[in-house]
Design a protein around this ligand. Sequence first.
Ligand SMILES: *[C@@H]1O[C@H](CO)[C@@H](O)[C@H](O)[C@H]1NC(C)=O
Ligand SMILES: *[C@@H]1O[C@H](CO)[C@@H](O)[C@H](O)[C@H]1NC(C)=O
Ligand SMILES: *[C@@H]1O[C@H](CO)[C@@H](O)[C@H](O)[C@H]1NC(C)=O
Ligand SMILES: *[C@@H]1O[C@H](CO)[C@@H](O)[C@H](O)[C@H]1NC(C)=O
Ligand SMILES: CC(=O)N[C@H]1CO[C@H](CO)[C@@H](O)[C@@H]1O
Length: 571
Amino acid sequence: MCSIHTVLVLSVLALVSVTPVQVLEFCHSQDMKASNTFKSRWNMSSNLMQDLDQFRVSCTKLIESFPIDELDANFVRHVKNCIFSKSIPTPLRGPLRLAAVSKDVIEGILDFNVAVTQSDDFLNYASGGRLLPGSEPLAHRYGGHQFGYWAGQLGDGRAHSLGQYTNRKGEVWELQLKGSGKTPYSRSGDGRAVIRSSVREFLCSEAMFSLGVPTSRAASLIVSDEPVFRDQFYNGKVKTERGAVVLRLARSWFRIGSLEILSQSGEVDLLRKLLNFVIDEHFTSINSEDPEKYLVFYSHVVNETAHLIAQWMSVGFAHGVCNTDNFSLLSITIDYGPFGFMEAYNPEFVPNTSDDEGRYRIGAQANVGLFNLEKLLVALSPVLSQKQQKMANTVLKGYVDIYQMRIHQLFKAKLGLLGEEEDDGYIIAFLLKMMEETQSDFTVTFRQLSEVSAKRLHNRNFTQMWALEDLSSHALFSDWLSSYVLRLSKQEEENEAARQNRMKNVNPRYVLRNWMAESAIRKAEMDDFSEVELLHHILSSPFVTQETAEEAGYAARPPQWARMLKVSCSS
Ligand SMILES: *[C@@H]1O[C@H](CO)[C@@H](O)[C@H](O)[C@H]1NC(C)=O
Ligand SMILES: *[C@@H]1O[C@H](CO)[C@@H](O)[C@H](O)[C@H]1NC(C)=O
Ligand SMILES: *[C@@H]1O[C@H](CO)[C@@H](O)[C@H](O)[C@H]1NC(C)=O
Ligand SMILES: *[C@@H]1O[C@H](CO)[C@@H](O)[C@H](O)[C@H]1NC(C)=O
Ligand SMILES: CC(=O)N[C@H]1CO[C@H](CO)[C@@H](O)[C@@H]1O
């Protein structure tokens, strides 16, 4: 195995080479080969489904493609030779309330009228009380490296896959309930999720989607009165909270850990089977007859993981638990736990307050991605020839360049820079260094640079621009400003409004800051879901200035109490 390269994140952008090393030919066309058959079922201009009786999911493909756990019983155990265990959700005890719903997901992906979510049927279906037509719920067996070490069998400990839904666009989505009770993989857990963590997952997956970051989606959030006991800060103080269930969706929930467990336990035939399935279903540009297909698959995952983490960094997102079982094979963001959006710029930002070593600090994410991809390669080695393993190692070495190339592009766009000039990396790195030293707000500094006119920039007039005011307190600010203004003036053929618009479309004005989530959670725990709804609504257009958001102070300097906030770890 190759050793861990040091991925120099952000602060050394100046040294970045901008030529991506392309070791293998990545295939491009991602045309959909599946699902033309389903198009005829739907007329695109026809209406949405008006009740759930017409809604149907299918588990056939997942069940028929793989051996299923031979035991059909819901107790915690060690499981072998299968990908899924059958497991029935445990209904949440009522009364149930619909705390949040994503119209975008319900109508745009699931094809039914959002009004249907007001029904008792929906409350039951979306909380595990009733099974959707066609559903044979499954819990997925996977393993993973946690905090650097192999942890053995993990698996869906409180999530149930309800089945796949093929929508009228021909897309296949896998529906899951999270917080829906025990499975064979629950270990010592109770299979439940509390309101607090469920609100965070619901809001953040939808917010990430609107930021343009690949992610799982959330359709609904249902809360109950069922008591759930949690030691929120692992300090021995157990609190009674309430259970909640999120209905969430992804094209696939397979993870790096899905392959690792098969490899680790010597189930090589099954490893091949799962790989073939994932490639056929989700990497349609790869020819299933290609003898190099596993290698090509690997190169896709390496590339896309590099792109994903670069995107996280560009919006200041720290995932918080980048274990191999929380890393999707499709390189989408999954498993929202103790994540956080960085406020003041700080590469040492750690969202999980119990992560004392800072293993998953924001500035380490690119490195952790590399670590996880190394583990993926280890998992693949039983199906790769010696020569292919060597080539895969070379592919992995290209990760750093792909990541840095993408980071460079993204931050150039954040600064509104067109074309390529020699000093671009320097301008970016210099700015980030000043932001770090002045603790300027990451999101709002970039946003205000998008909103400020060239004239005000030139005059250093930052009236009512609090983040730029902070930044401009740096001793070298004038030097940086001169380079930046000079660089912008080289693209003067373009008018100012065009530059501002370009920048505003990549620099959000609102992100889900912990204090915002916390405030909404406190109300939600008292059955007031208005702030969850408000945040959901505002964060669905994060690049657009909105009156309600301004009134709520979502782009203002964070309140004092926000500094004292600790992220809840147990979920
Ligand atoms: C790498 O992944 C990105 C993001 O999905 C994609 O846009 C790009 O085309 C990929 N590059 C290659 C060479 O496959
Ligand atoms: C779809 O429905 C619309 C309106 O009902 C109709 O005009 C159109 O011809 C239909 N298209 C197809 C392909 O059936
Ligand atoms: C936070 O970090 C600690 C220490 O590494 C770890 O034990 C804990 O599981 C983490 N929390 C979550 C939710 O992953
Ligand atoms: C600074 O900019 C604001 C907003 O455009 C303007 O109202 C104000 O007059 C400017 N101040 C100076 C000193 O130019
Ligand atoms: C948020 C979340 O689901 N995190 C999961 C990540 O993986 C660890 C195991 O490595 C699980 O315990 C977490 O629940």
